[in-house]
Write a protein that binds this ligand. Sequence first.
Ligand code: GLN
Length: 222
Amino acid sequence: MSSPVIGVFALQGDVREHLHALRSAGADAVPVRRPGELAAVDGMVVPGGESTTMSRLSTVFELLDPIRERIADGMPVYGSCAGMIMLAGTVLDGRPDQESFGGIDMVVRRNAFGRQVDSFETDLVFNGVDGDPVHAVFIRAPWVESTGPDVEILARVSGGPADGRIVAVRQGNLLATSFHPELTGDLRVHGLFVEMVLRGLREPGLRGRGTTDERTIEEAVR
Ligand code: GLN
């Protein structure tokens, strides 16, 4: 089976690092800046960066609604940091006009860790990632304030002032982390996402890339 095609939302954020991590994890990774590029991917990563800027640019570049539609159709998406904010149904401490793609039934607070601990690193037990704890880098990160019944909590901070805070979740084909695995060289979170994309391609009824033509799932994963 050949590699799945995974886009990286590329209007803003640490796009290059995610392209690199995805390629190292076995995907064919491409930047997504236009609706036509979105239509050609099997899954997408929304990187870290600045969610207010991502919100504004995705409106300007007419990607907001097409991304919402692909999410509603079941496209796997992984959001890291600002990307987590973009996948949240509800955003706290955002700009009043801030839009998200939504998809995960969760309330996320922007810049939640506060001034003193703006950026920090810690080790996390990550449900679904085998082996050693995941070394997590947080940069002006959000946390998940609350989750709906269909959201699986994958990791929480352990110890310190943010003890117990939720920092990784999954709902169906959507995955989100408050932290940046693309910065540490640990490919396990990207590997998990590549597997989600491959599984998504095999799900009956799920619309993969290029579904306007008659391409079958078998062709898509080949
Ligand atoms: N604070 C940023 C935001 O609100 C997120 C920071 C990050 O992605 N590293 O979008």
